[in-house]
Ligand binder design. Structure first.
Ligand SMILES: Nc1ncnc2c1ncn2[C@@H]1O[C@H](COP(=O)(O)OP(=O)(O)OP(=O)(O)O)[C@@H](O)[C@H]1O
Ligand SMILES: C[C@H](N)[C@@H](CCCCCC(=O)O)NC(=O)O
Length: 141
């Protein structure tokens, strides 16, 4: 975590509140250092794909610029189909490789009928539109 800000909000706002621009070079160097030590390095985005990192750079465009493959996390909450398929549209438009979709079964309080249908719908959509993308359900730990 080479870049931490004080206010829990979108990065573009958090950095404005702290009056400190995000140092992308520091993030790049930290990622490179980890890549030299480990086989895999996971970078977690703050919020969703369209979250602004700066007033001119969205998280999804940072991914595209750095040519990172994407692991997309979704869930069975009502509204997830819409949110997930809109994200897929944005991913396809930028030719970002969609390596894996993780379907988070947490929280358990969601409607199991909706959660199971959402899981099936998204898994089927990926088979049809993203051949080669892995779909993995994440159990409640
Ligand atoms: N599969 C799971 N099993 C058990 N607990 C979970 C699971 N997934 C998420 N949680 C719980 O929910 C919390 C929030 O999950 P997570 O950090 O994935 O949310 P998020 O959408 O990334 O939130 P934020 O964008 O604020 O980081 C976790 O800290 C954990 O306590
Ligand atoms: C503070 C939140 N928890 C999150 C940032 C979410 C920004 C959302 C911006 C938006 O979509 O309106 N941070 C994070 O995922 O580390």
């Amino acid at each position: 975590m080479p870049e931490i800000f004080s206010y829990p909000a979108s990065p573009h706002l958090a950095s404005r509140i702290d009056n400190r621009p995000i140092d992308f070079e520091r993030i790049k160097q930290a990622t490179q250092a980890l890549s030299e030590r480990y086989d895999y390095v996971l970078l977690e985005g703050a919020g969703g794909l369209m979250v602004p990192l700066t007033d001119d750079l969205l998280t999804i465009d940072y991914l595209a610029r750095e040519k990172y493959p994407l692991i997309f996390v979704t869930s069975g909450k009502l509204g997830s189909i819409n949110h997930t398929l809109l994200s897929f549209e944005a991913i396809q438009k930028r030719n970002i490789p969609l390596d894996t979709v993780l379907y988070n079964l947490y929280p358990d309080v969601e409607d199991p009928t909706i959660r199971e249908d959402t899981r099936h719908y998204i898994a089927t959509y990926i088979q049809r539109n993203f051949p080669g993308t892995k779909f993995i359900s994440v159990p409640i730990l």
